[in-house]
Write a protein that binds this ligand. Structure first.
Ligand SMILES: Cc1cc2nc3c(=O)[nH]c(=O)nc-3n(C[C@H](O)[C@H](O)[C@H](O)COP(=O)(O)OP(=O)(O)OC[C@H]3O[C@@H](n4cnc5c(N)ncnc54)[C@H](O)[C@@H]3O)c2cc1C
Length: 432
């Protein structure tokens, strides 16, 4: 196992502006106005949107965060730079979320589980039996149809009145007296969003990076993967169940980096070129190919709490634990992966303070960029905890918006109550 704490090989990207810059306030804004004194900016805005909660990134965590915030009564907008919800689960093709259970019982439920369960049911599939402790940890991952998942996720957003903006991403993020002004771009669209709370669910904490708040990153990150399926006949459809988990192939894309359009382009080009070589070498037929590389690792935030591998493997129940997480330590390197399971009975937790960028206000993250050291992150990054973090962040942001405060100052008992009302499992037990 590698160095257990914040490793030598990782570095902290520090603020040029300073953390205080984010806590500082800018110009005040009214509920339905846009920067009235800034005529040049106004002229360049096609659409303005005022919401309580802005979720950036409609992937594994972000979809759940947005649905939770909206169900809790917050007006909510989700920005997704791609064309569908689900992120790595759908566009990346990693359609086998886990782990919702540990040691014979369910530990993660709520909105993520509702979506996964309904996807399996509508697809005529079978759910794992969580009362059984499987021989291998991944046996209880749930095979889902990613196409159906994306459709149901959209339907749930629509029913909760979440506004969806595809093909858009934030260009400039500026603090204001009541929250944030976020200038977004898409092709043919310039949108100004005024919001009280932002939840950064971009995977690589891109909003946190834009604000120059500190993030961790390794010199060499884990490879991404391009997922595909080889077979004997051209069949662009799918086999029943989860083809890429049960029969699929993946090729490591070393150096894959989700940080920006240039690095993502490079990863896609490299993954596809390698695949073409495989097809030629094996004289195989290509049956299925995901539209882009999926990324295991880029930036993690430096939060108010950093979850260490010791916290994770000891099953520490944080005072402000909002969800459980359960998966082996699972670090992929150039030589592959050797998962290291947790000891019998151990289940880790994620505190709200690991979703709060250090020194920030009105800002949360959820998903694989959770504040954690590298080894803890190699386990925390899997989909069920990402969904649970998304739900917790959505609930905290909605409560903060309603009380005109910041998520870290929301009474914790109110947060637990709201999460439980929406089906989430919040850790119980002796907190530390
Ligand atoms: C090859 C591979 C295999 C894996 N295997 C498993 C497994 O077996 N089981 C498991 O549970 N987990 C597995 N994982 C881990 C898991 O899939 C991911 O860690 C998790 O899905 C990440 O969720 P997320 O919400 O943080 O990010 P994502 O799901 O990647 O979502 C991020 C979203 O944000 C969008 N976005 C990014 N930047 C912007 C921006 N600036 N503006 C707007 N939108 C933006 C992206 O398009 C994306 O939709 C695997 C991961 C990989 C790569």
């Amino acid at each position: 196992m590698e160095n257990s704490h914040l490793g030598r090989r990782q570095f902290l990207q520090h603020s040029a502006v300073g953390v205080a810059g984010v806590a500082a306030t800018g110009a005040a804004w009214g509920a339905d106005s846009i920067a009235p004194s800034d005529n040049s900016a106004r002229a360049s805005v096609d659409v303005s949107t005022t919401v309580d909660v802005l979720v950036v990134g409609g992937g594994t965590a972000g979809t759940i965060a947005a649905i939770q915030a909206a169900r809790a009564g917050a007006t909510t907008l989700i920005l997704e730079r791609n064309s569908q919800l689900g992120g790595t689960m759908t566009t990346g093709g990693v359609a086998f979320p886990g782990l919702f259970d540990a040691w014979g019982k369910q530990i993660i439920a709520g909105i993520g589980w509702e979506l996964v369960r309904e996807t399996v049911e509508l697809d005529g599939g079978t759910l794992p039996d969580f009362s059984r402790v499987p021989e291998r940890h991944w046996h209880n991952q749930v095979s889902i149809n990613p196409f159906l998942y994306a459709l149901l996720a959209e339907e749930k957003c629509r029913k909760a009145a979440v506004q969806i903006a595809y093909y858009e991403f934030p260009d400039a993020v500026t603090p204001s007296a009541k929250g944030w002004q976020v200038d977004c771009v898409g092709f043919g669209t310039r949108r100004r969003v005024l919001c009280r709370q932002i939840i950064d669910c971009t995977g690589g904490a891109e909003v946190v990076g834009k604000l120059n708040l500190p993030r961790f990153r390794e010199e060499e990150t884990q490879p991404g993967s391009i997922l595909f399926l080889l077979g004997q006949a051209h069949d662009p459809g799918r086999r029943r169940g989860a083809p890429l988990q049960q029969h699929g192939h993946r090729h490591y894309v070393h150096g894959a980096d989700s940080s920006n359009s240039r690095t993502v382009t490079a990863a896609n080009l490299s993954g596809r070129q390698a695949l073409l070589e495989i097809i030629r070498q094996e004289n195989a037929r290509l049956m299925h190919l995901q539209p882009e590389v999926s990324f295991r690792e880029s930036y993690r935030i430096h939060g108010e709490t950093v979850i260490t591998v010791d916290d994770y493997t000891a099953g520490r129940i944080f005072d402000d634990a909002v969800c459980y997480a359960f998966y082996p330590i699972d670090l992929h390197t150039r030589t592959g992966v050797r998962p290291e399971p947790l000891t019998t009975g151990t289940v880790a937790t994620v505190p709200l303070s690991a979703l709060i960028p250090k020194g920030s206000r009105n800002l949360l993250v959820a998903g694989r960029c959770v504040s954690s050291d590298r080894l803890a992150n190699s386990a925390l990054r899997v989909q069920a905890p990402c969904m649970a973090m998304g739900q917790a962040a959505g609930a905290a942001a909605a409560l903060a918006a309603q009380a005109d405060t910041t998520p870290g100052e929301v009474p914790f008992s109110d947060l637990v109550q709201l999460l439980e009302q929406h089906g989430a499992i919040v850790p119980r037990g002796e907190r530390s």
